[in-house]
Design a protein around this ligand. Structure first.
Ligand code: SAM
Length: 222
């Protein structure tokens, strides 16, 4: 079927373009053994986040939705010497595994997991964070995406990159009367991106080992 081909091609591409990485393999293994859902970004998507962070020269990165820290580690690896990544996670068991994984990756001095509801952590960050963020990856509960975007725009530096994952949802994003709060969250998020004159955005559909989905990428005007 189509999805078997997408998966095989995804593996072919990551096998071809990525070296064996004992740390990242151990992280994914630990996540599955701990019973975390397999909703980490794929290896190809993880490397895209890493390359985007490098391209941007991001010194301060914010992630909303940590899970086991797989995407945090990819982006954390792109940070310069004094760079920092803050990642927000509500579920204590996820935050615990993420902290262990971040240590395995040797990134504990650069990557901080803040446990709690992201909305609350974001409002604390608005009050306490002196440096704005250069890259913000939104990947938590989709119904809250419009709120996350509003707060992300307040926390972003001029020129910042804002990325939102899982915005196609097997094509269901076009169901305007959907009663699925995830769909309505994603639609509200995209509408807000379109309306807000501070940011310019585009979205790309993807297929691969995580099925049929997509991401949106916006750049805050300088
Ligand atoms: N970015 C991760 C990766 O690629 O490895 C995957 C994140 S997973 C898709 C979403 C995470 O958001 C889950 O771990 C979930 O517990 C967390 N989450 C859900 N609702 C949340 C909330 N209100 N505040 C903070 N985290 C939340």
């Amino acid at each position: 079927s189509d999805s078997q081909v997408w998966k095989a091609v995804d593996h072919y591409l990551s096998d071809t373009l990525q070296e064996d990485d004992a740390v990242l393999s151990a992280v994914l293994k630990a996540n599955r053994e701990a019973g975390l859902p397999a909703i980490d970004v794929s290896p190809n998507q993880g490397k895209l986040l890493y390359l985007l962070a490098k391209l941007k020269g991001a010194k301060n990165i914010l992630e909303i939705g940590t899970l086991g820290g797989y995407s945090s580690i990819w982006m954390g690896r792109a940070l310069p010497e004094k760079g920092r990544l803050v990642t927000l996670e509500h579920h204590p068991a996820h935050a615990k595994i993420a902290n262990e994984n971040i240590k395995i990756a040797g990134l504990e001095s650069k990557v901080e997991v803040i446990e709690g509801l992201a909305i609350e952590s974001l409002s604390v960050l608005q009050q306490t964070n002196d440096a704005g963020f250069d890259l913000i990856f939104i990947d938590a509960d989709k119904p809250n995406n419009p709120h996350y975007l509003r707060m992300a725009l307040e926390l972003a530096n001029p020129g910042a990159l804002i990325i939102g994952d899982n915005i196609v949802r097997e094509g269901k994003v076009i169901e305007e009367n959907s009663e699925d709060p995830n769909i309505q969250g994603v639609r509200g998020f995209l509408e807000l991106l379109a309306e807000d004159s501070r940011i310019e955005s585009t979205a790309i559909q993807t297929v691969g080992e995580k099925g049929y989905d997509g991401f949106v990428l916006g750049v805050v005007k300088a």
